[in-house]
Design a protein around this ligand. Structure first.
Ligand code: PLP
Length: 391
């Protein structure tokens, strides 16, 4: 009997493979970093979200070790039972202070935080307005809330404003990435805040790729744009620039209090190991003191943009460490990625449905742990790949 169930799965996988869309996992055999060992070979990697190069930082390792020594390994319970450790609490307070909002709530992952922010605050009678290029976790949060979902063209706050004006829903929430994960561009957050004020809507900002990178001390997009409004609900993750794991939502105290009562991905799950919170607490300090790392990162971005002069492919317009190179077809994107790997350079090909059809790309992501020489090697390898494909 089960044969039929299994063969249906196999057929679907084979189709995916035939379409060049089968996702494969690479095996990392070293710590995360620009020079890592992947699938048995040493590579120069441009594919992590470890923007400040903190994922392997000695201070984070020792904070984790100290944390384990004093708090043990597992938290053993959810936050609302006995899992809420003073390390979690201290981290929430430090995060709220760092992003300059009244309160913060810790989650095990950004995916869960987004589910919480949307489904914890909105229900089936409400309306959500989401940028077309938002992260999948935001779309899933919308589904879980059962609110009506309207998607507006990427970054187009004028279309958004018309959609808001014509909605009769009792509660409205606008949802956007700050830095878009596959394009690297930044949402027009100043305009979005104004639109939300005019229409009395929440603005949920997912700053997964801005936290640690944007802002004077890495506080993220709110500091970068000098934004302040009780309409804002802020989400950021601790597994990208912060180099650890987890995420948080920050906003008005009453929003956080409400989520503690209503967010199912907060209530019905085991609290993250307290030692991870201790490591993230150390990371917040490191981020604040990483001015030189951010300056270096911006030098690398400028260097890549200045240096890369290809005829066949173009970098997208991005001021962040996410520097996508648009290739177009799925097959060519995979081929370029393979050519780079032959030169010892790892850059992932991103294909639909993660990005729109016909816009397959290499998602180059830079880290403060890269050197100018690394970026130079990448540029040369891309030129080499272009020669091979045009020959
Ligand atoms: C990575 C990411 C998330 C999910 O965060 P995790 O902590 O990895 O679950 C959410 N939103 C965006 C935009 C992301 O890039």
């Amino acid at each position: 009997m089960a044969d039929h169930l299994l063969s249906a799965l196999q057929q679907s996988l084979s189709q995916r493979e035939a379409d060049g869309l089968l996702r494969k996992r690479r095996l990392l055999e070293s710590a995360q970093g620009p020079h890592s060992k992947v699938d048995g070979r040493d590579v120069l990697s441009f594919c992590s979200n470890d923007y400040l190069g903190l994922a392997n930082h000695a201070d984070l390792q020792s904070a984790l070790q100290e944390g384990v020594k004093s708090a043990g390994m597992g938290s053993g319970a959810s936050h609302l039972l006995t899992g809420h450790h003073r390390y979690h609490h201290a981290l929430e307070e430090a995060l709220a202070k760092f992003v300059d909002l009244p309160a913060a709530l810790l989650f095990s992952t950004g995916y869960m935080a987004n589910l919480a922010a949307i489904s914890g605050l909105m229900d089936r009678n409400d309306a959500l307005f989401a940028d077309k290029l938002n992260h999948a976790s935001l779309n899933d949060g919308a589904l879980l809330s059962r609110a009506t979902l309207h998607r507006y063209p990427h970054g187009d706050w004028e279309v958004l404003e018309r959609l808001l004006a014509s909605s009769a829903a009792p509660r409205k929430m606008v949802i956007t990435d700050s830095v878009f994960s596959m394009d690297g561009d930044i949402a027009p957050l100043k305009d979005l805040v104004e639109v939300c004020k005019r229409h009395d809507a929440w603005l949920l900002i997912d700053d997964a790729h801005g936290f640690g990178v944007l802002g004077q001390q890495g506080q993220g997009c709110l500091n970068h744009f000098n934004l302040k409004s009780p309409h804002i609900i802020y989400m950021a993750t601790l597994g990208k620039a912060a180099g650890v794991s987890g995420a948080f939502i920050a906003g008005e105290r009453v929003v956080i209090d409400y989520l503690i009562q209503n967010a199912r991905t907060y209530i019905y799950t085991t609290a993250m190991p307290p030692a991870l919170a201790a490591a993230s607490l150390q990371s917040v300090k490191l981020i604040g003191a990483s001015h030189d790392k951010r300056a270096h990162l911006h030098e690398l971005i400028a260097h890549l943009q200045f240096r890369l002069r290809l005829k066949r492919w173009q970098l997208m317009d991005s001021a962040t460490p996410i520097q996508p190179l648009v290739i177009g077809s799925n097959d060519e994107a995979v081929l370029v990625s393979e050519h780079l790997l032959e030169d010892g350079i790892l850059v992932p090909a991103i294909r639909p449905p993660t990005v729109p059809k016909g816009s397959a790309r290499l998602r180059i992501s830079l880290s403060a742990a890269h050197t100018v020489v690394d970026v130079e090697r990448l540029a040369q390898a891309l030129e080499h790949a272009e020669e091979r494909l045009t020959a």
